[in-house]
Design a protein around this ligand. Structure first.
Ligand code: NAD
Ligand code: ZN
Length: 357
């Protein structure tokens, strides 16, 4: 038996207002004239946060359009544009939700690796470290700030660039930045963390490392979505730490059924990650009875709409495409259902599940 020896984020700062320290944090990583590239979620266009980005010299802000989740073509185009304009850069700073953080990680890697990011979708295919990269979440829940992957939709699949070169060199966890997130978006992204916890804690890969972080993250999610009646500053702090701990839990385990099924929706229908997981979780009583019960309670308590009937009228071909993507996520199924998962999750069974969504 060999145990995963995994690379973590190198530096972490946590605290309300810690974004102020960014200039000081970046200073030692500036290489002469080579600029820092700030990839900022397009949500912040015209917002005060943009004026707080500590630009120096030739630094540049690029607003990232995350209407759709990151694609390999988008990563390649960004990396190419940056190389053409600047040659070399000092680093990439991603400021936004999971989508922008994933874009920043992938662009950093593609500054130093040849070809297309699609060539590196998979496990441990990346050969060279990327440029210095910093992640600054403005939504809490995905765990993208700590993970060793960056989820990309490519020409043939939706799969991450999983590697030891993928984690950020630095993250800045400033809960103030998540303050103005809309209630629905905050819930969908927060539930990504909740669902990570359930899938990790109920999975066959679980060990004490994953369990300790998973228990803590779950407890923090319950504080903000089950116990409290009002959202306050403390809720932003708690959900940000939940996301961090949830991501750490996954480092040694895996996600499960909700994610495996949701990847199929995302690939075919473009359903976004957070809401897609919620749509699937709503129908997983058979696999996660207690988690699904509590999930439904949180949906009701927080007055959230979960779409229904999104697979109505799809063709056999379309169902097949979703099932192929989903069944391709072998480690997720194995974590959820054990080594014999293929006997349990047959195509018929999966089709019936998709039809319910
Ligand atoms: P997101 O990044 O896709 O953003 C959702 C929407 O919220 C966007 O319209 C964005 O502009 C907006 N937004 C961002 N910050 C905001 C704020 N403070 N206030 C208001 N609006 C804001 O959402 P997400 O749920 O954070 O991330 C989902 C993405 O993360 C998916 O692409 C998914 O594949 C990826 N993901 C990655 C990992 C990983 O380990 N790398 C894990 C889970 C999910
Ligand atoms: Zn997720």
């Amino acid at each position: 038996m060999s145990f995963r020896n995994f690379k973590m984020v190198s530096y972490v700062v946590f605290g309300r207002g810690s974004f102020h320290q960014l200039d000081e944090i970046l200073a030692p990583h500036r290489k002469g004239e080579a600029p820092m590239i700030f990839l900022v979620d397009h949500f912040f266009e015209g917002k005060p946060l943009l004026n707080r980005v500590p630009l120096r010299g030739k630094d540049k802000v690029i607003l990232a359009d995350v209407t759709h989740e990151p694609k390999t073509t988008q990563v390649d185009a960004l990396a190419k544009a940056i190389k053409e304009e600047f040659g070399t850069i000092s680093g990439v700073i991603g400021i936004g939700g999971g989508s922008v953080m994933d874009l920043a990680k992938a662009v950093s890697l593609m500054m130093n690796n040849p070809g297309s990011s699609a060539d590196y979708q998979g496990w441990d295919l990346v050969k060279q470290p990327g440029v210095y990269k910093v992640g600054i979440p403005t939504l809490s829940g995905t765990g993208a700030e700590v993970s060793r992957t960056t989820v990309l939709t490519g020409p043939t699949r939706k799969l991450g660039m999983n590697s030891d070169f993928t984690p950020f060199d630095q993250i800045v966890l400033d809960p103030e930045l998540t303050k103005d997130a809309p209630v629905n978006q905050r819930f969908y992204t927060g539930m990504d963390c909740y669902i990570h916890c359930i899938e990790s804690l109920e999975g066959t890969y679980l060990n004490e490392f994953s369990k300790s972080y998973g228990d803590k993250a779950l407890q923090l999610c319950q504080k903000v979505f089950v116990e409290k009646d009002h959202w306050d500053d403390e809720s932003d702090d708690q959900l940000m730490m939940a996301s961090y701990a949830g991501g750490m839990s996954i480092a040694y385990s895996q996600v499960g059924v909700a994610h495996a099924v949701s990847y199929g929706l995302s690939y075919l229908l473009g359903t976004k990650h957070g809401i897609g997981n919620c749509i699937v979780m709503n129908h997983l009583e058979e696999y996660y009875p207690a988690g699904v019960k509590e999930f439904k309670y949180m949906v009701e308590k927080n007055n959230i709409d979960i779409p229904q009937g999104i697979c109505k009228g799809l063709t056999d071909e379309q169902f097949d495409a979703m099932m192929n993507v989903s069944l391709g996520m072998k480690p997720l199924w194995e974590n959820a259902l054990g080594k014999d998962w293929e006997k349990i999750m047959t195509r018929e069974k999966l089709r019936a599940l998709y039809e319910k969504l």
